[in-house]
Every structure is written in structure tokens, then in C-alpha cells.
Design a binder for this molecule. Sequence first.
Ligand code: GTP
Ligand code: MG
Length: 204
Amino acid sequence: MKITSAEFVMSNSDVAKCPKEPLPEYAFIGRSNVGKSSLINMLVDRKSLAKTSGRPGKTQLINHFKINQNWFLVDLPGYGYARVSKKDKKIFQKYITDYFAKREQLVCSFVLVDIRHKPQPIDLEFMEWLGINGIPFAIIFTKADKLKPGAIEKYVTTYLQQLLETAWEEAPPNFVTSSANRTGKDELLAYIGEINQNFFENKN
Ligand code: GTP
Ligand code: MG
């Protein structure tokens, strides 16, 4: 799929205020600093459409970006971000969970995990929660430029093996990416293109 336009639409912390149009949307979630906002920029070929930072906690709201006039990418704050106060963290988590539980337009969630870290309980718990709630998701391994190709393959195999041993009967769709050297861009856009096509075919 070719990206012909990408525009920021709105930021908010209330799922009820998100865009009303019945267009398919894709949310990016994962721990702070995993590279959610950078990946959105990489996919749409824009340097700073989504705000990024070396310091965790940059993205604070639900951010909608309209792509090619007919679908949305959604940048979310990181879960499990330790530097916000306990009270803030609670509100933060609640509106994120609300977004996932209530957003009808959400056709796929991308759970991002840093390819340098072994499976983290917070990611595994979140995937399990998505599963229980019937929310489709795919895993995106980020920052692949930090590993050698052989190590990438080994990491992915081990990660998926652990999922199969603990919670899942089937491995979820998964992608290896690097926003630094644009790895995985075509594969991800093709995947989104396919889901979009199904979405629009089933609607008509
Ligand atoms: P929050 O909004 O705080 O939750 O973070 P985020 O997940 O949106 O991460 P962000 O895209 O802001 O990136 C965090 C840091 O990781 C930045 O310093 C990025 O430059 C760096 N980064 C992101 N993607 C990559 C990548 O593919 N490779 C490398 N080497 N660094 C990356
Ligand atoms: Mg961000």
C-alpha cells in the first residue's frame, strides 16, 4: 500500500470524543520508549508527525492520524510508565483500557515489544487481556537494528515459543521492524492494506 496523505486529527483522553467516522483504525501500544511514535512516522514517511523522545512518557494522549483519507493510525501513551504518580497512572490506564474496550472502529492493535528484552510480564498480561476481550492484535518487535540478523531470528522464535507455552495455542501475527533503518515497513503496510480491504468489502 502506498501512503498518499497523513494528517494529525486530534488528541484526547476520552474514547467518546474520538473521531466518529466509521473508518478502520490501528492502535500502537506497548511500554514507554518502545518506539510506537517513531514507527508511525516511519510507516507514513514523516519525520515528526507523531512526537517522539529519548525520554519515556512522551505520548500522553490518544492521538488520531488520518491516513489516505480513509483509515486511522492511533498513537497511545506507553503502559507501565513508572514516572507518573500513582493517581495519574490509574487515570492514564483507565482511559487506555476504555479505548480498547469501547472503540468499535479498532480493527487491530499492534503490541510493540523491544527486541532486546525478554518477554515482559506487562506485555504478556496485556496480550492476554486483549485475547480475553476479543480484540485482534499483532506483535511488532521494534529496534531490530540493535541486533544482528541471526540474533533476531533466534529472539523471535524464543519469544513466540514462550507465548505458546504459557497462554496461546497459536502464535499471533508478528513483524520485525526498525524505524531507524525502515525494516518491516512494506510488510506492515501490506498487512494493514489487507485488513482495510476486508473491512470495506464487508461493509458494502
Ligand atoms: P512513549 O511515547 O514515551 O510511550 O514512547 P514511544 O514508544 O512512542 O517511543 P518513541 O517513538 O518516542 O521512541 C523512543 C526512543 O527510541 C527515541 O529515542 C527513538 O529515537 C528510539 N527509537 C525508536 N525506534 C527506534 C528504532 O527502530 N531503532 C533505534 N535504534 N531506536 C529507536
Ligand atoms: Mg510515543
